[in-house]
Design a protein around this ligand. Structure first.
Ligand SMILES: NC(=O)c1ccc[n+]([C@@H]2O[C@H](COP(=O)([O-])OP(=O)(O)OC[C@H]3O[C@@H](n4cnc5c(N)ncnc54)[C@H](OP(=O)(O)O)[C@@H]3O)[C@@H](O)[C@H]2O)c1
Length: 242
């Protein structure tokens, strides 16, 4: 496990999107506990003061919407010349499932922008900061619903999750492409299915505690930043099918 930095040393830095609640909030909490200066991207300005009160002085709220084209510039400005050791693309949205006749095409676009284009822009803008770190990691909090293998087996109500499935499948392809390009730059990229979480987005029968999921996720990526991980994993590190 990465130790908290020694006195006087530069604290490692993390960026977590969608940190106002759910898995993102717990992930930011875990990172602050481990001594990470954590930029918490939240879209509601009212969430920012409470976040600092809950997470402490290592947490730095950044008010930004990941769908905004300026999100990368805004976060990169705050990072300045520092290194980013860990970037967690966690912000996510699940539009209501619907049949084709009622599907809103704008929901599909919104899901694509939230889960794929936003993370792409943010990673692009933070690339110099990721390069400055030793062994940086980029995590895409993905979903089993973005898996073609899983979707092909699910002929039940899952088939109605057009927007979410398409958004998460796009995010998976982004993750794989970044992984292949950035491997030579010592930047590890991984997509993670975090489990079925008891959060606002979770299903009624969700089994997993988001605090436990965040602790597992952080352990997975911080235990050994040089460890090669499969490209798409469950949060304990087991490979997830594409
Ligand atoms: N819950 C599950 O069972 C499950 C399963 C698989 C994968 N996941 C993935 O896990 C991640 C976290 O989900 P969760 O369960 O913690 O859901 P959640 O409790 O609904 O939290 C989602 C977070 O994302 C933020 N967000 C959404 N759109 C955003 C945007 N455009 N810009 C900035 N922030 C935005 C929300 O901010 P606001 O507070 O402003 O709305 C909220 O903080 C998501 O990527 C989700 O797809 C969840």
């Amino acid at each position: 496990m990465t130790r908290p930095p020694a006195a006087g040393a530069r604290p490692p830095m993390a960026v977590v999107t969608g940190a106002a609640r759910g898995l993102g909030l717990h992930t930011a909490h875990e990172l602050c506990l481990r001594g990470y200066r954590t930029l918490c991207v939240v879209r509601d300005p009212a969430a920012a003061p409470a976040l600092r009160a809950v997470l402490g002085t290592l947490a730095h709220p950044v008010v930004a919407d990941v769908r905004d084209a300026a999100v990368g510039r805004d976060v990169a400005e705050i990072v300045g010349g520092a290194a980013v050791d860990l970037l967690v693309h966690n912000a996510g949205v699940a539009h209501p499932p619907s049949v084709l006749g009622e599907l809103r095409a704008d929901d599909v676009l919104d899901s694509f922008v939230t889960h794929c284009l936003g993370p792409l822009r943010l990673t692009q803008a933070l690339l110099p900061a990721l390069r400055r770190a030793r062994h940086a990691t980029v995590v895409h909090v993905s979903s089993r619903r973005g898996s073609f293998a899983r979707a092909a087996r699910d002929d039940g109500p899952g088939a109605r999750h057009y927007a979410y499935r398409i958004g998460k499948a796009s995010q998976n392809m982004l993750s794989l492409s970044l992984r292949q390009e950035l491997a030579g730059a010592d930047i590890r990229v991984v997509a993670v299915h975090p489990g079925s979480l008891r959060t606002a987005m979770g299903t009624r029968d969700a089994a997993d505690d988001p605090a436990t999921a965040a602790a597992d996720l952080v352990r997975l990526v911080l235990t050994d930043p040089r460890r090669r991980l499969p490209p798409f994993v469950e949060r304990a590190g087991d490979p997830h099918p594409w």
